[in-house]
Design a protein around this ligand. Sequence first.
Ligand SMILES: [Zn+2]
Length: 550
Amino acid sequence: MRTRFFVFILSISLLLPSLALGQTVSISTAERKMAEEITADQLSNYLHFVASDAMGGRDTPSAGLDVTAEFLKMNLKRWGFKPAGDDGTFFQKITLRRDAIDPAATSVKVGSQTFAYGEDLARGAGNGSISAPIVYVGNGWMIKSKNLNPYQNIDVKGKIVAVYGEGPLGSRTLVPLPAGISQSDLTGERGKDWADVTSYARANGAAGVLVLPSKFLTENWSAITQSFGRSRLVVDKLAPPAGNVQGAAAMNILFASTKLANAIFNGEAGNPLTGAANSFELGTGKLLDFTIASKPEWQSTQNVVAVWEGSDPTLKSEMVAIGAHYDHDGTNPNAPGEDKIWNGADDDGSGTVAVLAIAEALGKAKTRPKRSILFVWHAGEEKGLWGSEYFNKFPTVDIKNVIAQLNIDMIGRSKKPGDTNPLNKDLTGENAIYVIGSEMMSTTLGAITKGTNDAFLKLTYDYKYDDPKDTNRFFFRSDHYHYAVNGIPISFWFDGVHEDYHKPSDTPDKIDYQKMEKVTRTIFLTLWELTDLKERPKIDKQLPPELTQR
Ligand SMILES: [Zn+2]
């Protein structure tokens, strides 16, 4: 509800378009009262539950995340919210999949000898059946500037490239760099001026790569079979088809035991395990026959989705969306130190319970907003914005009717006066918060976001990261991103990174609940102002091109 004074200003600004830029917001006593239902105490109570050790860090998927979802649902139901997930429920189910090796259907043959998966063979990547000749290429490193080329006079096309090198598997290469060579020697274009075995094999049409057993591989055999035996978890509907998680380009990569390697090199010109250094093609007619079979393993998680219906017969079909992510990083039993649980109190327990408190304030309010309000608590944000991508690609509501999205991700921490910890250098103070994205697509959304704060608590809104060229790329790092690229203008509130960011020490006792109260009340009123607008905020600016791709 606006005051008369505001109506007066608005009518003048309609006459004088130049004034429209200075859109003013005024907050009525009734609106202020609704916002004041949100209290530090309430936020603290909810957050001590959601970020408790009992939730185990709310990994996606996990029992702790499911319990948090049930907690949100139970409250929404109590306060009279309409379920807006799948089939009249509060949940939008997200099916997750990983491909796991099917050991019984996976094997390798050399001549008439068969070797079993796990024992003598491990899969690095790929699937399917192949029968191909073998070439040995030493450590597989081609580095033109150092005159290294193990592929001279060797054609790898359609063949399996066997490679051997001592040292640990790198994060990006199967075989460590040769002695005396460093990363800085890898100049020019990968695949042309230099290549490791995988990039060379891929660029030249090899059938696969066989990694021969180094000391490292032998010592870590069981860990390697286990970690490569299962692909990472993916959202089924957002990933390539089952059996091909790494994508169409996935080339077969196999690890061989000493027994398998000796069988392959038996009767050959040399055996790299006993000292052959140069490349050579293995005897004609000798084929490596293998079948890598995998089967999908299924899990599931969910977004929590609800609607608070508006009161205006026409406008109620439109919605203002508000959201947060209710997942975090889970538990790591191998973490150093005592604390193994990533509680995620600020990230994003704070947003989760702020959105819940906003829902409760609406539930208690005497009046309904004109437009409806869409609440989405997203899962899997920490895994790569899963929940928000899923919701935007498979919405459970008519997404065209969403006029704006407000995202809350980390609003609970504040930098105390005198804090000189460099890790807290960019943390906002007790009365400040970063606002990102509000002015990137819609002048009106920007004006309402800023105007609500100016008319209410006058927090310091820091727009430092509201810049397409922000090197932290915060715009890409939370759920609003998928709404923005879907054409929905967004505003994002964020307190800044700090000493406990993504650490087990992000716990509820460290939250500044007074600050959280102020920020949450302000966002509540921003939401209310948007539901009340005569016309939906126009998109009058293109999202900068550098923001449309993650
Ligand atoms: Zn996070």
